[in-house]
Design a protein around this ligand. Structure first.
Ligand code: FPP
Ligand code: MG
Length: 293
């Protein structure tokens, strides 16, 4: 109980739950379809379960500004608590969105696990842009897609609207992971609530790193990280200056803007009464503000 209380005392941004409610049409729809609240909570708990397992696999020591579950309670407890939350989320999602929702969520988790396996298999490998995008789609964007689709489905929107909202979520989720991968390299640990340079330490070459991978010094940096098993301050400094020299943050921000533009266009085309709420969410979501806790 103490462990569970500890986990829920730093609840995170709750982006997926909020997005689900908005895609369904906002508070008014939550009153009309109270199961939306159960579904939104189930989705947040599912996300939490994946993070607990992810931190264990990545050896990420801090999450949401607190010690990760494995760091505080040990590996075994992290596996068990992740499984426990996972099962709880399943029950809640099943109760609120039925068989159809469950099969969508199952497919999503299958893809997430595939992406995790790909990362592990392709450690320190300079993958293509296409492969990177496909990986972040499976890892993150599909989650946002399913969140929007299910929220709209429970609120009884027609099929084509649910799919259109799902497409909005997919674009937004891609932008989110692009931002997250950039912050891992140029963010401040105390602002983003988790340590920086975790991706590189784990051999995950994200887009900012792939964009400097042709620099002659990059292979040396990789060898050093492999040998040290960590990214020492000197290496961090070198990477940061390469990123700035090559104008990588600017390039990634351009891409984020492009995905946000596509997301908003999608919403405008659907012509929904709650479209403006979703557009405002998309703008706020990528302003950097949600990344501060
Ligand atoms: C975060 O990526 C990780 C994910 C989005 C997916 C993690 C999925 C699993 C561990 C498998 C599924 C687990 C269950 C319980 C179903 P990241 O490491 O890039 O993000 P971070 O920087 O926030 O750690
Ligand atoms: Mg991680």
């Amino acid at each position: 109980m103490e462990i569970i209380n500890g986990i829920f005392s730093s609840p995170g941004k709750g982006l997926r739950g909020k997005l689900l409610t908005l895609a369904a049409g906002g508070e008014e729809k939550v009153v009309q379809f109270p199961q939306l609240r159960v579904l939104a909570s189930g989705i947040e708990i599912l996300h939490l379960a994946t993070l607990i397992h992810d931190d264990l696999l990545d050896r990420g020591e801090v999450r949401r500004g607190r010690p990760a579950v494995w760091r505080k309670w040990g590996d075994k407890t992290a596996v068990i608590i992740g499984d426990y939350l996972f099962a709880t989320a399943y029950l809640m999602i099943n109760a609120s969105s039925g068989e159809r929702g469950m099969s969508r969520v199952n497919l999503l988790i299958k893809e997430m696990v595939e992406a995790e396996l790909e990362e592990e298999k392709e450690k320190f490998r300079k993958i293509s842009f296409k492969r990177y995008i496909s990986r972040i789609e499976k890892k993150t964007a599909r989650f946002f897609q399913v969140v929007c689709e299910l929220g709209a489905e429970v609120a009884l929107f027609p099929r084509e609207i649910c799919l259109g909202l799902g497409e909005f979520g997919r674009q937004l989720g891609t932008a989110y992971q692009l931002f997250d991968d950039l912050l891992d390299l140029i963010g401040e640990g105390n602002n983003i609530g988790k340590p920086v340079f975790q991706d590189l330490r784990n051999g995950v070459l994200t887009l900012p790193l792939l964009l400097i991978a042709k620099q002659p010094v990059f292979n040396k940096v990789l060898d050093q990280v492999k040998a040290d098993g960590k990214v020492k301050p000197g290496v961090q400094k070198k990477i940061k200056s390469l990123l700035i020299e090559e104008r990588v943050p600017k390039h990634i921000w351009g891409l984020i803007d492009e995905y946000r533009r596509r997301a908003k266009k999608q919403i405008k085309e659907l012509g929904l009464p709650h479209g403006s709420l979703l557009i405002a969410f998309a703008d706020r979501f990528l302003s950097g503000e949600p990344f501060k806790n």
